[in-house]
Write a new protein. Sequence first.
Length: 231
Amino acid sequence: MDRTADRRSGEGSADPSGTSGRPLTCCRGGAGEGNRTLKCGGRRSRLASRRNRVDRHNELVRLSPVGARLQIRPGAEAELPALVEALGQRPFFADRLARQHQGRGLLLVAWLGDRPAGDVYLLREPADVPEVHRYLPGVPQLDHLEVVGPLQRRGIGTALIGAGEDTARRLGDQRVALGVGLANVEARRLYERLGYVDWGHGPVVGTWPAVRDDGAAVAVSQLIDMLVKHL
Ligand SMILES: CC(C)(COP(=O)(O)OP(=O)(O)OC[C@H]1O[C@@H](n2cnc3c(N)ncnc32)[C@H](O)[C@@H]1OP(=O)(O)O)[C@@H](O)C(=O)NCCC(=O)NCCS
């Protein structure tokens, strides 16, 4: 998938789920904790227990951003500053918003409130990798899937892929493809879980423009496997 060298997601941010600071109380129950639970009975323990329930409720809300609070929609030019603030990669987002304007693809952005939580680009123009062009003509690709580091593993990536597939389906596509780096076994596991299968033509070299942290434009190449899903 298309990646750029100045990715900022996940760097230097605290985990908003707050699980590391979660207070531990003695009334958590569970096998083997019965004695401790009994020993701390009385008003204090009831208060602790109520606080624990409230904490757990808050934790559930924080750990489940997918739902009413998560909105996925095509990005707009005016949202470029917010995208760059959350995810970096100004040249990438400026380019994809311009392509979207020309009808060449769609930049889908997941929002939590007024902050972007992740994005995926649905590429609907001929692939520049020759083998992909040859074996998957006219098949759109989900490209540059990413979720802000501290918000990963909350279902947002899954929701973005679903939104990309729905969009492709609405546009009349019957298949969608994506590339995954050979070493990115975690992402591949996610795709396979969602029904993507290897295209059967072996790895290809994906090359894409990237921007280093110092602003220099570079080309990045990587061996990728192509996966396909019937919609
Ligand atoms: C891949 C990615 C978009 C998934 O988003 P997510 O919101 O974490 O995904 P979900 O919560 O819907 O699903 C979780 C699954 O994603 C995969 N995953 C989780 N963290 C990951 C990470 N840091 N890198 C790659 N894949 C990851 C795992 O398969 C995980 O399943 P598991 O919890 O059973 O191990 C996100 O982790 C990410 O931005 N990773 C870095 C960029 C990247 O590798 N993009 C994919 C390029 S092909």
